[in-house]
Design a protein around this ligand. Structure first.
Ligand SMILES: NC(=O)c1ccc[n+]([C@@H]2O[C@H](COP(=O)([O-])OP(=O)(O)OC[C@H]3O[C@@H](n4cnc5c(N)ncnc54)[C@H](O)[C@@H]3O)[C@@H](O)[C@H]2O)c1
Length: 425
């Protein structure tokens, strides 16, 4: 494993990039007011003293601010990437050089290196794992059972990770309690919806410069991310089409004013396609077969399995990279289909991920969940837990305060009224 002049164990692109990373981290920090408050408390009380954390997250400026806050709380943090394309190499360099935080992540790393980096983060012998997609927990379960012993708990950032962890709990193989940070209201309502909504459009536009006004924009999946993406694409003048498998969500999309149809039909109409389902092979051979010449296809769901890329590879006669993060596939009938960011989450591959202001809440939830685990792990079972409601509400309250927004409070009379079943009769 490489070391830098600072002798911090790491594998990063180059420590020379640290000055740029410093500016990026400071810029993000300006918009992370809730995390700043938690960081101050952490500095004062050092609640995480002696706790080793292995974090597998997108290595961005926002994540850097979380890692710094945890370190200031007394934790010893090691970080690896949760996706081969989402790392900001300058941010990693700054974390290593200026904060002595071991980072194992290089943007564009191949699959083998990606898993080597996960192993390196686990060599840290964590008490707490922090996942975005459950790769740490899965690796501990399958390949690194040696690390499992000292672990008191973990946190999970995203929908796909929570689904995997619930499956483990159901099968009785989960080895320690996990807090599903994704399920906090202050996480998915804002991060998945507004964060993914805006940053996915940002990723698509940055790498293609496509005009969305007047385009037919197909969103696969009308969950938290899909709702945000559809809303923002409409805001830019696109004619948005939704595909779904859940009848209630499909109905919701209809009543939100979108066209809803099966992918087989949407595939013929779309100019731009984005999958955000957490599912696999949502766009596949039969859909590529009927797509228009010049169609753009991207994914913003967690794993790069939502688009059947092997099928596209087989169907194409050739491919070339036309712009950064754009692969143009020439089909045998002469049509071109453009795949963005190797089918990996496009907001992180081609743009910078979510804005700091929204990650402020997600990472405040992460920091407080770690603090909660340290204090309460003895009473927790090997299950997936929700973020405690008071913690979730505190994050919302702090965010509102940081925005200078005051809200009403219940009067004693209203409290009594709302708590009573006999009132109103
Ligand atoms: N890009 C990012 O930065 C980012 C941020 C948050 C979450 N995510 C990921 O995005 C994905 C979606 O997250 P979410 O919170 O919106 O989940 P969600 O469960 O709220 O929504 C997913 C929706 O997709 C639908 N779906 C499933 N299979 C489908 C199919 N074959 N065709 C059409 N629709 C289908 C489901 O019915 C559901 O309504 C997950 O993988 C999650 O981890 C990415």
């Amino acid at each position: 494993m490489a070391t830098t002049p600072t002798q911090v164990a790491c594998d990063i692109k180059s420590v020379e990039l640290a000055d740029m990373g410093r500016k990026r981290i400071d810029w993000a920090n300006q918009s992370m007011k809730v995390l700043q408050i938690i960081r101050k408390e952490f500095i004062k009380n050092a609640p995480l003293k002696g706790i080793r954390i292995s974090a597998c997250l997108h290595v961005t400026a926002e994540t850097a601010n979380l890692a710094i806050a945890l370190r200031d709380g007394g934790a010893d943090v090691a970080l690896c990437a949760s996706n081969p394309l989402s790392t900001q190499d300058d941010v990693s360099a700054c974390l290593v050089r200026d904060y002595g935080i071991p980072v194992f992540a290089i943007k564009g790393e191949d699959n083998e290196t990606y898993y080597q980096h996960i192993m390196a983060a686990l060599d840290h012998k964590p008490h707490i794992t922090m996942d975005d997609g459950a790769d740490l927990v899965t690796t501990i379960l399958t390949k690194r059972q040696d690390v499992g012993e000292g672990i008191i708990g973990g946190t999970e950032e995203t929908t796909t990770g929570v689904i995997r962890l619930r499956a483990m709990a159901k099968e009785g193989v989960l080895r320690y309690p996990i807090i599903a940070v994704n399920d906090a209201m202050t996480k998915h309502l804002f991060d998945n919806r507004y964060g993914t909504g805006q940053s996915t459009i940002d990723g698509v536009i940055r790498c293609t410069n496509v005009l969305l006004a007047g385009s037919k924009f197909v969103v696969a999946g009308y969950g938290w991310c899909g709702r945000g993406l559809a809303m923002r694409a409409r805001g830019l003048g696109a004619d948005v089409i939704i595909t779904e498998v859940d009848p209630t969500r499909a109905l919701e999309a209809v009543m939100d004013g979108f066209r809803v149809m099966a992918m087989a039909e949407a595939a013929r109409l779309g100019d731009v396609f984005v999958t955000v389902t957490g599912d696999k092979n949502v766009i596949r051979g039969e859909h590529f077969e009927v797509m228009k010449d010049g169609a753009i296809v991207a994914n913003s769901g967690h794993f790069n399995v939502e688009i059947d890329i092997p099928a596209l590879d087989k169907m194409a006669s050739s491919k070339r990279t036309t712009r950064p993060f754009v692969e143009e596939y020439s089909m045998k009938d002469g049509r071109k289909i453009n795949l963005l960011g190797e089918g990996r989450l496009i907001n992180l591959a081609a743009a910078e991920g979510h804005p700091a202001s929204v990650m402020d809440m997600s990472f405040a939830d992460q920091a407080l969940s770690v603090d909660y685990l340290v204090k309460n792990h003895k009473s927790l079972e090997k299950k997936v837990y929700a973020v405690p409601e008071d913690l979730d509400k505190r994050v919302a309250k702090l965010k509102l305060e940081s925005m200078g927004i005051k809200i009403d409070r219940l009067t004693p009379e209203q409290e009594e009224y709302l708590a009573s079943w006999s009132e109103g009769t």
